[in-house]
Design a binder for this molecule. Sequence first.
Ligand SMILES: Cc1cc2nc3c(=O)[nH]c(=O)nc-3n(C[C@H](O)[C@H](O)[C@H](O)COP(=O)(O)OP(=O)(O)OC[C@H]3O[C@@H](n4cnc5c(N)ncnc54)[C@H](O)[C@@H]3O)c2cc1C
Length: 351
Amino acid sequence: MIDYLIVGLGLAGVSFSETLQQNQKTFKVVSDESQNSSLVAGGLYNPVILKRFTLAWKAKEQLDLALPFYNGLEKKLSVQLNYKLPVLRRFVSVEEQNLWFEASDKTDLGEFLSTDIHQNTNPNIDAPFGYGEVLGTGKIDTKKLIQAYKEHLVGQNCLLPETFDFKALRCETNFLEYKSIKAKNIVFAEGFGIKNNPYFKYLPVHGNKGEYVFIKAQNLKEKDAIKASIFCIPEGDDMYRIGANYDRNGLSNKPTGKAKTELLAALDRFIKCDYEVMDHIAGIRPTVVDRRPLIGQHPKHKNLYLLNGFGSRGVLIAPYAAQQLYHLIENGMAVDQQLDISRFIKKYYED
Ligand SMILES: Cc1cc2nc3c(=O)[nH]c(=O)nc-3n(C[C@H](O)[C@H](O)[C@H](O)COP(=O)(O)OP(=O)(O)OC[C@H]3O[C@@H](n4cnc5c(N)ncnc54)[C@H](O)[C@@H]3O)c2cc1C
């Protein structure tokens, strides 16, 4: 009997698998390619909500945990994953500059907001009101992480590359069986794939589609990530990732012409040089109605657990959420009430 079966190998599945390995637990992962949120993610980690200049929920705690976590994975997998990347918020008015200064005076935000206005020096960008710089930002190459972790699990004979067959799952009081596997617990980490999970689909994961276009702009020569109405993120070799948009409709992994037109229109409002569109990708963020992750134990089947609902901030949340779930299962430590799936039990499960 192994300790865990995990379903899904995105940021949630990788973070939980790694937490298990750090604690010498045995496990196997079942994952298919039906969802790709972690593969298409920009991978930015940024503790500040740039629309309102507020600190993201528990951002400091998450950052303190996430950076050593990814740095540990870099060493273990022998790949570079963490790239320091300044994030510049483009101001559209003097009022916005003042709001930024006010925010940078607040104790919790101060350490993440530079108090200088950065003047734009790039002739191919229009930013007459300059930028505010967010401190402590960077980018995790999530695609490289998932691919490298997958190879690592294959090497350990821990990965079953298939769609989880719910009909093959038998839940007993103290263990469960899936095909020839016997495990003490199962953790579902399927991202938006939760919609097909008969045990947890009652939870209010709405999903939010995001698309990026990739452009090649030889004259842009920008090294920082610029946040205007959309992000322009340098990817190296004169390539830039533009996006992402947010769309609650048409929830599929297929890119759309409509999003491409909107993203390029937003780009044209602040980029002044020529570019060529090279690629276009899409994915679905597993967003929850109250914008908090979903962690916890199934209300009836006590060895079924969930790790989901990372929304648009999976990079920072995943290691933190995985740790909360691990301590719940192994040490009986309660999950933060704001994350516990029990918050939805009355409204969605018992009705
Ligand atoms: C366009 C876009 C940009 C983003 N940018 C950022 C960013 O810059 N920074 C940031 O922090 N976050 C970003 N995010 C959000 C981030 O990607 C998500 O929060 C995170 O990837 C969710 O991870 P997950 O493991 O829960 O889900 P997923 O990545 O979707 O992984 C779930 C895995 O489970 C598998 N699966 C599902 N159902 C089954 C099944 N029945 N059987 C077997 N396998 C199954 C799927 O195929 C997939 O491999 C972005 C998201 C999008 C879409």
